[in-house]
Ligand binder design. Structure first.
Ligand SMILES: [Zn+2]
Length: 302
């Protein structure tokens, strides 16, 4: 599955619009966040209900993962296109946060349930803006936390969430000529290389803390320290805050290994240790695998 979204790193184009331009605005309150959903053209009663249910599910998943909605206020601007699906997600650090996204006129509840993009965009709200060479951490977090958070609320089965990681992560492995995550700005290294960093960090934090802490504890601490999309931070500052929260310097160490060197990873060995078997499009779990408790803790339903 190709993933792409345009995360605006700076407050570009603030003359975008105002809420008043939209014809319909609905407000949801989830996880302490005020979520304004603005429709660019009047939806039908059924479309309004489907869109609001979808936004609510994604907001709940992100809220469960971070134990709060990432920002006090976000405006979500919905544009309809002919057909089905969800496209063109963009997230901006603007007056809390702004997400622009396009949805199919003919979308059913199943089409919305299949979408990963809205959750991905909401996760962007929950990490500080960093300079361009670290873009992989922004897209990697959104790619990884999207699956994990939706598994935790039951919107994805663990089989689907792990299966997507097994299928996707090989695209994040270093190819020949790789110069590390900070210096190899390819699509694969940005989205899936960043997600690989997140999975490795999650597993390592859990191994070193006897599965008491995970990546979410680090990310919650970064958010609580004010690290939202609206803040411009040094990446090392965010990683240090995360490390302090979990009590082990996994993020800083892993960044040191992966930032300017290929740091290849044996994914097959990792899946075996976690007890994830993927064959012919089916995912099965091995609970006798040494890291099976860590695998379960990562996607555990709340
Ligand atoms: Zn993105």
């Amino acid at each position: 599955m190709r993933r792409g979204c345009a995360l605006a790193l700076a407050m570009i184009g603030l003359a975008l619009f105002s809420v008043a331009d939209a014809q319909e605005v609905e407000t949801l309150e989830i996880g302490g966040g005020k979520i304004e959903v603005a429709f660019g053209s009047p939806p039908t009663v059924a479309q309004r209900s489907l869109v609001l249910d979808w936004v609510s599910s994604c907001a709940r998943a992100v809220t469960v993962y971070y134990e709060q909605f990432p920002v006090a206020r976000v405006l979500i601007r919905i544009r309809f296109f002919d057909g089905r699906g969800v496209r063109s997600g963009q997230t901006f650090g603007w007056n809390g946060g702004l997400i622009k996204i396009a949805v199919g006129q003919s979308n059913s509840a199943t089409d919305f349930a299949r979408d990963w993009m809205m959750t991905h965009e909401m996760v962007h709200l929950a990490f500080p803006s960093v300079v361009e060479r670290h873009h992989w951490i922004e897209e990697g977090l959104s790619t990884y936390v999207e699956s994990v958070s939706r598994a935790r609320t039951g919107d994805l089965t663990p089989e689907k969430a792990w299966g997507d990681l097994v299928d996707g992560l090989p695209q994040g492995l270093p190819q020949s000529g790789d110069r590390g995550l900070d210096f190899t700005p390819t699509w694969g290294r940005t989205y899936w290389g960043g997600a690989l960093f997140c999975l490795l960090a999650d597993v390592e934090i859990r191994q070193r803390t006897e599965n008491r802490k995970g990546l979410e504890n680090a990310l919650r601490a970064i958010l609580q320290a004010g690290g939202t999309i609206q803040s411009d931070w040094e990446l090392t500052r965010a990683l240090a805050i995360g490390d302090r929260a979990v009590g082990v310097p996994v993020l800083t160490e892993l960044y040191g290994q992966m930032k300017s060197a290929p740091a290849p990873v044996d994914l097959e060995a990792l899946w075996k240790k976690l007890g994830v078997k993927r064959q012919d499009g089916r995912t099965e779990f091995d609970d006798a695998a040494p890291l099976a408790p860590i695998r379960k803790a990562i996607m555990r339903a709340n």
